[in-house]
Design a protein around this ligand. Structure first.
Ligand SMILES: Cc1cc2nc3c(=O)[nH]c(=O)nc-3n(C[C@H](O)[C@H](O)[C@H](O)COP(=O)(O)OP(=O)(O)OC[C@H]3O[C@@H](n4cnc5c(N)ncnc54)[C@H](O)[C@@H]3O)c2cc1C
Length: 427
């Protein structure tokens, strides 16, 4: 995207074209201005427009430029925090509400894809959270216990069952979550944009918001060459936030995450590696993830940035790791490589902020934004439409707060991942 082959990689290569858009020029009016063209902004726009609101969406670059166009494509249910711990962190009311909403969030993604006929390589085969060693097994067993007690369709697979599904005996077991799945993330974002536009949302790309102004009871949202006056502003800029809501970015610690996509695997390899096309990630602290795309490319990722020495270190590690997991794969070529920045919050949970009267947003998805972004986007729409009171939102209202030692932590994540990947499988 924007002539950078390492920003959106495979997803840009295989996604359908985005709907036609233009930059904002001159002055216009709306009921709601949405800032940011990722899942949160597009879902809120779609739901607002379907309910009859006049919506203008302003995206700084292109639809899906942020995390929405760069991610792994795992449609996860829930967050990283253990289900039983959530009520302890957020209190019983918000904890249970969030668990319920996010546990069912993949259903909304899948329903929207079906309703709007979005071509985004949706696979509804679930995900496998794979246990590395005895500690990893304990973790997935505990997750299984907690989710199954809540009636979630999860299953605990032993090492043999896991090996059959993945095609490697590297794991001690896994948690199969049938609520989850995979998709082509940029295609999903572009499909949501298309649906939103058809529902009446006016989409402007190449339109970074640089300032806002309160005029009476209305907001005026300004770009370099235009402005929109509206009653409400939705801030859906998340980790890629620039302009007036820089604090949304600085509240999060960047965790770089890369992906390599192999050339399409041959028929025999596809029969042994992920034949059912589940999405996979493991329990390691520096985790790895992999999934298949529709054409049979294996998309393999982990923590790290593909820049400077990181490019060769992580590429070498990815090749060694793939060979270790799937020896039959041999010296396979990578067709695409890309990376992005995952925004992590200090309690690994997203945030609800009210920046000023009628200026609201969710952010901080900690690498789990496909389903949560989609469902929170709908929630913002419901709130603005008067169908959900502030007290009924899934998260308590908080002020943005920069975590301590943010810059140091970011440096450590990037450098630490290089050290770990350089050493892994060598020593
Ligand atoms: C490498 C990577 C892997 C990930 N893997 C997964 C995964 O497998 N599963 C999962 O669920 N989640 C994953 N995530 C997280 C997920 O991609 C994000 O949580 C999700 O994209 C958040 O959606 P959003 O719409 O809130 O923000 P984004 O998708 O980041 O969109 C925000 C948009 O706001 C725009 N913007 C910023 N400032 C302005 C401004 N001033 N004016 C106008 N526009 C502005 C940006 O250009 C951007 O397009 C991953 C993220 C990354 C980076």
């Amino acid at each position: 995207m924007l002539n950078d082959p390492r920003s959106h990689g495979l997803w840009e290569k295989t996604a359908p074209q985005p709907p036609a858009t233009s930059a904002l020029e001159g002055a216009t009016e709306a009921d709601v201005v949405i800032v940011g063209g990722g899942y949160t902004g597009l879902s809120s726009g779609l739901h607002l427009a379907e309910a009859g609101s006049r919506v203008v969406l302003l995206e700084a670059k292109e639809i899906g430029f942020g995390g929405a166009g760069r991610n792994v494509g795992l449609i996860n249910a829930g967050m990283w925090v253990m289900p039983d711990d959530l009520p302890g962190v957020l209190g019983p009311v918000y904890g249970e509400r969030l668990l319920d909403l996010l546990g069912n969030a993949p259903q909304l993604v899948m329903a929207l894809i079906e309703k709007h006929g979005i071509a985004c390589e949706l696979e509804k085969q679930g995900t496998l959270h794979c246990a590395v060693g005895p500690d990893g097994l304990k973790e997935v067993e505990e997750r299984y216990k907690q989710w199954s007690a809540r009636g979630a369709p999860v299953a605990l697979l032993n090492a043999d069952q896991t090996a059959k599904r993945i095609g490697t005996n590297a794991y001690a077991g896994s948690l199969l979550d049938m609520r989850a799945g995979t998709l082509q993330p940029l295609a999903y974002a572009r499909g949501l944009a298309d649906a939103a536009q058809k529902a009446g949302v006016v989409l402007h790309t190449a339109s970074p918001v640089i300032a806002t102004d309160r005029q009476g009871s209305r907001w005026v949202v300004k770009t370099a060459r235009g402005q929109v006056s509206a009653d409400w502003i939705i801030v859906a800029t998340d980790a890629y936030s620039t302009g007036p809501w820089e604090q949304v970015r600085s509240e999060q610690v960047f965790l770089p995450y890369f992906n390599f996509a192999t050339v399409p695997l041959g028929h025999n390899l596809r029969r042994s590696i992920l034949p059912n096309r589940e999405g996979v990630w493991d329990t390691k602290e520096i985790l790895s993830s992999f999934r298949m795309d529709q054409a049979g490319r294996l998309v393999f990722g982990s923590v790290g940035a593909l820049r400077n020495t990181g490019l060769s270190v992580h590429k070498g590690w990815a090749k060694r790791s793939l060979k270790r997991l799937f020896p039959e794969i041999g010296d396979i070529e990578f067709e695409c490589e890309w990376y992005g920045q995952i925004g992590m919050t200090d309690n690994a949970l997203p945030r609800f902020h009210k920046f000023a009267p009628n200026v609201i947003g969710f952010s901080g998805y900690n690498g789990r934004g496909i389903a949560p972004g989609t469902v929170f986007g709908r929630t913002l729409a419901e709130h603005i439409l008067g169908r959900m009171a502030e007290a009924d939102l899934p998260l308590p209202l908080t002020d943005p707060r920069e975590p301590s030692f943010r810059a140091l932590k970011e440096l450590w994540y990037e450098a630490g991942a290089q050290v770990a990947h350089f050493a892994d499988a060598r020593f």
